[in-house]
Design a protein. Structure first.
Lengths: 311, 286
């Protein structure tokens, strides 16, 4: 229906067969309520010669907060962009609530709320105008637009600041504004790419508290990427540790920590050592060579820029 | 920075609605296919107007150049009578050309805004909404048109103050608005297409600078086609700006014009621009 060149992606047909047995590994035993919020199998995406995503298998269950963790350059953002229809799916399978982003992109987009890594609110508009734009492009009818926008702003505590220009907002407020922009269309899946990058600890907690409150109230599924292991440990129901384009470990944060602890004990490690943190799990999974593969120049530059703008 | 705590009166909803999040669990119903495009175009134009309302600096600074063209170039050449305009005073002859030029200058740098939006993540976020790329580009093109139109109003007022005998017939002014919007839609799409090719603000800036003056001088904005050398006449014939100027001159001054052909070329050019820019928008999303 659109002029999108990516609509012509044909590789997906063939890729359905390459799903492989690993797809069901982590229990894509979908809830009786319906299909998984996100299902990826054998997803590959290459930039130039390097595979940014290299055979990703991933399942996000309806209603959970799923954290996709990994260093810069692990392929998190690329994977997210395949799920959000921003990138075509050259090889492998991606489904969002059972729909294929390649054939049914408009339907998939209507299910999504997306907050990219950069500070993406328009600084030259007020908070209310920023949210109203997204109400318009998601076809919220005029008669309920103002009320819906007001509810979205209230849900992130920006009612007071709603009529100020976004350029006067603090970093944490901009993040909350972006959350309101994503919420105004009542998405079933909220995708947040590094929502707390560059924020101070208090603002980080604030952003997470709002994510949690909204999730509790609406029952939406949340897929979040972060490289702050402590946040993932505290706020995610399940996490996938991603390294070099693939999920290398998957489970609840507690499962992963205990798993490593057990294994260390079995291997005769220091019994009195502190219990492993999620970061230890990550180091264990990724092994050596973590430093030299973590993100190319462009990744680091864009991350820094975001951090700078959040100030 | 403009201090703008201007509370839009329409949206200060009843306070009861702000309690709870009842509406936020109900997804809005999708609009029917044919109503999608006008809705998206409307949304983009509203954003452009809101930005202009918060910060009018650009409107004023961009009025300086056309004012100088009319005041200095126009007044001087009116006295010299060097350019055969068929009886019209030279300043009257050039006023529509300057309106078209100032609208084009705004539109041709619109691609810079797209690259900025790409770098800021705004573009990616809009591309994850139920907005086909062609609708997004059309929306942006008409938003550039609205911005140019407001600029054109400023130039028309300056011209009127300088004594240019313009029409005030509302139907003709409506035609003027249409010509300005269509021309700007084309030039903003040209700019967005180049943005999709070069992908960087600096390069786009350089190319924009390099093509604006040739487009301006290679048109009938300052002199009639008849006095041009043959090769320049050919350039002018291929230049959408010439058709825009011809239409504006015909409508504003009542000089003989080929309105049918002018509007046909402008509509086709805008459609071709939207197609090209939509096809290349994906490159900016990567």
């Amino acid at each position: 229906m659109t002029g999108d060149p990516a609509d012509t992606t044909t590789a997906t047909e063939a890729a359905h067969d390459s799903t492989g047995p690993t797809a069901a590994r982590d229990g894509s035993a979908a809830q009786p309520g319906g299909p998984d919020a996100v299902a990826c199998a054998g997803l590959v995406y290459a930039f130039g010669g390097t595979n940014a995503v290299d055979g990703l298998d991933l399942t996000v269950r309806p209603g959970e907060v799923f954290g996709l963790l990994g260093p810069n350059g692990a392929g998190k953002t690329t994977a997210i962009r395949c799920v959000t229809t921003l990138l075509p799916v050259p090889a492998g399978m991606v489904r969002v609530f059972g729909r294929d982003p390649a054939d049914d992109r408009m339907a998939v987009r209507r299910l999504l709320g997306y907050v990219p890594q950069q500070l993406s609110a328009d600084a030259a508009l007020t908070g209310r105008e920023n949210v109203t734009l997204f109400a318009r492009v998601f076809d919220v009818p005029r008669r309920e637009r103002a009320a819906r926008v007001a509810q979205a702003l209230a849900a992130v505590d920006l009612t007071e600041a709603a009529d100020r220009l976004a350029k006067t907002y603090s970093g944490g407020m901009v993040r909350r504004l972006e959350l309101a922009q994503a919420l105004v269309s009542a998405p079933r899946l909220l995708i947040l790419d590094e929502p707390t990058i560059g924020l101070d600890p208090i603002a980080r907690t604030g952003v997470w508290e709002h994510i949690n409150a909204v999730r509790t109230a609406t029952g939406m599924t949340v897929l979040v990427t972060t490289h702050y292991m402590d946040e993932a440990d505290q706020y995610c129901d399940r996490v996938g540790l991603m390294h070099r384009g693939r999920v290398r470990a998957l489970g609840t944060p507690a499962e992963l920590r205990h798993g490593l602890g057990e294994r260390r004990r079995a291997e005769g490690g220091p019994a009195d050592g502190a219990p492993p943190t999620l970061e230890d799990v990550f180091r264990d999974v990724a092994g050596s060579g973590l430093d030299d593969s973590s993100g190319d120049f462009r990744d680091v530059r864009s991350t820094r820029r975001t951090a700078q703008r959040v100030g | 920075m403009s201090e703008a705590p201007v509370a839009p009166p329409s949206v200060s909803a009843d306070p009861a609605a702000a309690d709870g999040i009842g509406l936020l669990v109900r997804p809005p119903r999708p609009r029917a296919g044919w109503r999608l495009l006008p809705a998206r175009v409307g949304a983009m134009c509203v954003v452009e107007l809101q930005k202009l309302r918060h910060d009018r600096t650009e409107l004023y600074t961009r009025a300086v150049q056309p004012a100088l063209w009319l005041l200095i170039f126009g007044q001087t050449f009116t006295r010299i009578r060097a350019i055969p305009t068929g009886g019209t005073p030279y300043i009257d002859f050039m006023a529509p050309g300057i309106i078209a030029q100032s609208a084009m200058f705004i539109a041709i740098f619109y691609g810079i805004q797209i690259i900025w939006e790409r770098d800021a993540g705004v573009l990616n976020k809009l591309l994850v909404t139920p907005t086909p790329r062609s609708a997004l580009v059309t929306g942006k093109a008409f938003a550039a048109g609205v911005k140019s139109l407001i600029q054109a109003v400023v130039v028309v007022v300056i011209a009127a103050l300088l004594g240019v005998a313009l029409t005030w017939n509302p139907l003709r002014l409506l035609g003027v608005a249409a010509a300005v919007i269509l021309g700007s839609a084309f030039f903003s799409c040209l700019s967005m297409t180049i943005a999709g090719i070069v992908l960087s603000r600096d390069r786009l800036m350089g190319i924009g600078q390099a093509i604006t003056m040739p487009l301006f001088f290679g048109s009938n904005a300052l002199y009639p086609v008849a006095v041009m050398p043959g090769w320049l006449q050919a350039v002018s014939k291929a230049n959408p700006l010439s058709y825009q100027v011809d239409a504006l001159r015909g409508l504003l001054l009542g000089t003989p014009a080929h309105l049918g052909a002018d509007f046909a070329v402008l509509v086709l050019a805008a459609a071709a621009g939207i197609t090209a820019a939509s096809a290349l928008l994906g490159r900016l999303a990567r």
